[in-house]
Design a protein. Structure first.
Length: 355
């Protein structure tokens, strides 16, 4: 530490000694500045979260900081507002089922007055009080049986069975509605095969195996192959397509689920590759629309090789600008602030690489 006494002693020394002292102090300052810059770089890396980088929200630290005030907070007094509907609030009632949806209707009348026991007459101009109820039948499934009887041929000496309808043989155990219900529980409700099996066992009183449920889902997938192929061939002719990919594992193997969002539909494609060859297979090398995506290298390679128009994700750009503004260095901080101000002044901010 340089004190006034040391500085006075240094000023009385020779010019060479003063020069050596300044040189040593300069080296020390340079070393400290490098350490500070390195520490600032580490702090900036550690301060990244989902709001200023491409990190997913699941990686954010959501733990609440401990309160410095250890005193217990007083319990807040309950408000004067009572639970439930408030005075003046409009009443909401469920609309009645239409007559064509009602399976059974029951009428109730009263001929004698409950107070004076006099005879009463019906009022034709007044609507009756209505209570509608919904119930699941005790046996919510209908079981059909198709019998093919054996017939003996004396000439061939062979047993022949009566031909069953092709649709019956093709459908198998589950017909169309219960097949659709299985697919709904699996793909819309995200239920496991065990959960679907329990639902059929406890609610429908139907015992099926998980293996058969899997076969039903595969049958549904095969039935959707034709419309899927139709959308797949239509995708390269769309004007705008947003795309993203996410990794997952299937029986220990790594796969990637690609999502292609067009104007009227969304198409998923599962592939083992995360590279640009998937984009070539789906969109081709002459895609004339605008591809919305992030900065992943596969999209930039696809743009470079096929001269495709890209619209980079604005959310990623905004997070990058926030990160630059939070840096201690003046140059990237100033650049981030300038870009941020320009983005606010523009009605629409875009970074598009054209052909």
């Amino acid at each position: 530490m340089m004190t006034r006494k040391k500085a006075r002693m240094l000023s009385r020394q020779s010019p060479q000694a003063i020069e050596d002292q300044f040189y040593q102090q300069g080296l020390a300052i340079d070393s400290l500045e490098k350490k500070v810059q390195e520490q600032q770089r580490i702090i900036a890396q550690l301060s990244k979260n989902s709001s200023n980088s491409h990190k997913p929200p699941s990686s954010d630290d959501i733990t609440k900081p401990k309160s410095k005030n250890k005193k217990k907070k007083k319990k807040e007094k309950p408000g004067k507002r009572s639970p439930g509907g408030q005075p003046g609030h409009p009443k909401h009632e469920r609309p009645l089922f239409p007559p064509e949806e009602i399976n059974a209707s029951y009428d109730y009348t009263q001929t004698l007055c409950p107070h004076c026991a006099d005879q009463m007459t019906p009022m034709e101009d007044q609507d009756p009080q209505v209570i509608q109820q919904v119930e699941i039948p005790q046996a919510p499934i209908r079981i059909e049986e198709h019998l093919s009887y054996p017939m003996w041929c004396e000439t061939c000496q062979t047993i022949h069975y009566g031909p069953l309808p092709p649709d019956v043989v093709k459908e198998g155990l589950f017909k169309e509605r219960i097949t659709a219900l299985t697919a709904y529980l699996k793909h819309v409700c995200h239920a496991s095969y065990s959960t679907i099996r329990k639902f059929f066992r406890d609610i429908l009183h139907l015992h099926v195996s998980r293996g058969y449920l899997r076969k039903v889902i595969e049958k549904v997938g095969r039935s959707l192959q034709a419309p899927y192929e139709e959308l797949l061939h239509r995708l390269p002719f769309e004007k705008t397509v947003n795309v993203d990919e996410s990794g997952h594992k299937e029986n220990g193997a790594k796969f990637w689920t690609w999502v292609f969002k067009a104007d009227l539909y969304v198409l998923f494609k599962i592939d083992k590759s995360r590279g640009s060859k998937v984009l070539l297979e789906v969109l081709g090398n002459e895609f004339h629309g605008v591809l919305g995506c992030d900065y992943f290298s596969a999209y930039r390679k696809y743009m470079k090789d096929c001269s495709i128009t890209l619209q980079f994700c604005l959310a990623h750009l905004i997070r990058d600008l926030r990160y630059l503004i939070g840096l201690p260095d003046r140059v990237p901080k100033r650049m981030g602030k300038n870009c941020w101000l320009k983005s606010k002044s523009c009605s629409r901010l875009s970074i598009i690489r054209t052909r």
